[in-house]
Ligand binder design. Sequence first.
Ligand SMILES: *Cc1c(COP(=O)(O)O)cnc(C)c1O
Length: 226
Amino acid sequence: MSIAERLHAVQARIRSAETAYGRPAGSVRLLAVSKTHPAAALREAHAAGQCAFGENYLQEALDKQAELAGLPLEWHFIGPIQSNKTRRIAEGFAWVHSVERLKIAERLSAQRPAELPPLAVCIEVNVSGEASKSGVGPAELPALAHAVAALPRLQLRGLMSVPAPASDFAAQRRPHAQLRALFEALNADGFALDTLSMGMSDDLEAAVAEGSTLLRIGTAIFGPRH
Ligand SMILES: *Cc1c(COP(=O)(O)O)cnc(C)c1O
């Protein structure tokens, strides 16, 4: 299958999940996760209608941005962030999904160029049973959310998570339900978050069922990573 065919198949999965779980049509955004894939693959996805791309590794992302400079793409940084990378992330991306420490958030805010709109950010949460060690624990989340929301050049949009892979549907839903509960608790506490960044190639239906507003999909669009 071509990238365009895979992309259309993913869009069809999203539309049928929206219908199946009572979500308004078009309420779930698709972020194409393009790490390890060449600029030509992103160009193909863009030609098939995809505008938002997620990258995990800064240098790789900057190389692709340079190659694709003529296209109106929206870039999201979704990987771990080292302090010495914050300036180029603040300068080159519209969104960051992987904020997990206040120090990093402060640097992103301070380094966001004045001529750009505030950087949209999600806080990455480590809900129980996750494969990776990244993300703030649920107990630390409210304090971090208040501190991030107070930073002038960031706009706190929501929460992100990368749950451990699970094969059955109920097990896939559980961590997404936990992230959604944390999201709703923050909004009940006065936040106006609008983004639940959860769901990947293998669990997108479970994520839509639990309220995802933004799916991060790599393999199902671009094929396996080598
Ligand atoms: C690689 C990656 C994805 C995409 O995963 P697929 O299973 O290939 O869809 C999503 N989110 C993050 C944070 C990633 O690193």
